[in-house]
Design a protein around this ligand. Structure first.
Ligand code: AMP
Length: 301
């Protein structure tokens, strides 16, 4: 029932229209594994530098996350900084410092090599491939990516995708990757050309769209009155989806849909605070309450 998650662990500096936070714990794997840990046992493969505060690792352990696949290397942790424009209309990356992840070689511990679900969270496609090369057997492989890798490591990403069951990316990235303006066309093109079995295109506050050979599904985002910081929403969505799928009895179309709704629910909590702070105190009852309310909001028959 376990989920293997590989991706970045970062220290993020973020400016929103209302506030700024420096060196907050972030990274694609951090958000994803905390979200997944609400549903199933999680195993992490990643790297941090000497400066990564041990308190964050204690928190991951407190969520039951297995850190045997985490390397601590001499040097600085991956850093990312971004700024949201007024009204959160757009996000600009100000700086990406790879630091210890530049020449890092992921090592998947022997006991992690047969997980139920693998989630390759956003990272260089070379690292994603190196992780997958060490996995002996998995029922379902999910891969996330972003514009930086589509622009700078396109061939490596394309080579990875036939080995992936579900590709996740956001609407802008789907358009960038395919050159298609319409998301359904972009998704169909990715299925036909790149080789994953399914694609999920994330559309921020407008929800997400699953495109597979045999189904299309629209998952709403949970409507919020206000939010603080959308950073990590996509990683949280994907991590919760991976965890919920690992917990389910197989990857049926209905289990995939339900997992997308859990993804939307967890992401709605993440954006209410900086970093994954809201998830620190989150309870299973709060998750189920939003799941129920979301179901109610889309029932019309
Ligand atoms: P999201 O808001 O879902 O795009 O995720 C934001 C998180 O992704 C931040 O915590 C960053 O540290 C991390 N991140 C940003 N750029 C990259 C990158 N190029 N590779 C891996 N992780 C990244």
């Amino acid at each position: 029932m376990s989920v293997l998650i590989a991706g970045s662990l970062a220290l993020d500096t973020i400016e929103t229209p209302e506030a700024r936070i420096a060196e907050a714990v972030g990274g694609s794997a951090s958000f994803a594994m905390v979200a997944a840990s609400f549903f199933s046992p999680v195993q992490l493969v990643g790297v941090v530098g000497e400066d990564f505060p041990p308190a964050h690792l204690d928190f991951f352990r407190s969520r039951g996350i297995d850190l045997q696949g985490l390397q601590r290397r001499p040097g600085k942790t991956f850093r990312w900084s971004g700024k949201y424009l007024p009204g959160f209309s757009e996000r600009v990356t100000l700086c990406t410092e790879l630091n210890v992840s530049r020449d890092y070689q992921p090592q998947v511990p022997q006991s992690f090599r047969r997980p139920h679900v693998v989630f390759l969270a956003n990272d260089h496609p070379r690292l994603q491939r190196q992780v997958l090369d060490q996995v002996e057997k998995a029922d379902f492989v999910i891969c996330d990516t972003m514009n930086l890798w589509i622009n700078t490591a396109r061939e490596e990403l394309l080579a990875l995708l036939p080995r992936v069951d579900l590709l996740m990316l956001n609407d802008e990235e789907a358009r960038l990757f395919t050159g298609q303006g319409f998301l359904l066309k972009a998704g169909r093109q990715l299925l036909a050309q790149a080789g994953p079995r399914a694609v999920i295109i994330k559309k921020g506050e407008h929800g997400s769209l699953l495109i597979a050979k045999d189904q299309i599904f629209l998952a709403p985002a949970f409507p919020l009155e206000q939010f603080k910081d959308p950073t990590g929403a996509g990683d949280t969505f994907a991590g919760a989806l991976a965890g919920a799928l690992a917990r389910a009895d197989g990857v049926s179309p209905m289990n995939l849909r339900r997992a997308m709704i859990y993804g939307a629910v967890l992401a709605s909590f993440t954006v209410e605070a900086f970093s994954f702070d809201r998830l620190r105190s989150l309870t299973a009852a709060e998750i189920e309450e939003r799941f129920r309310r979301l179901r109610e909001m889309v029932s019309f028959d």
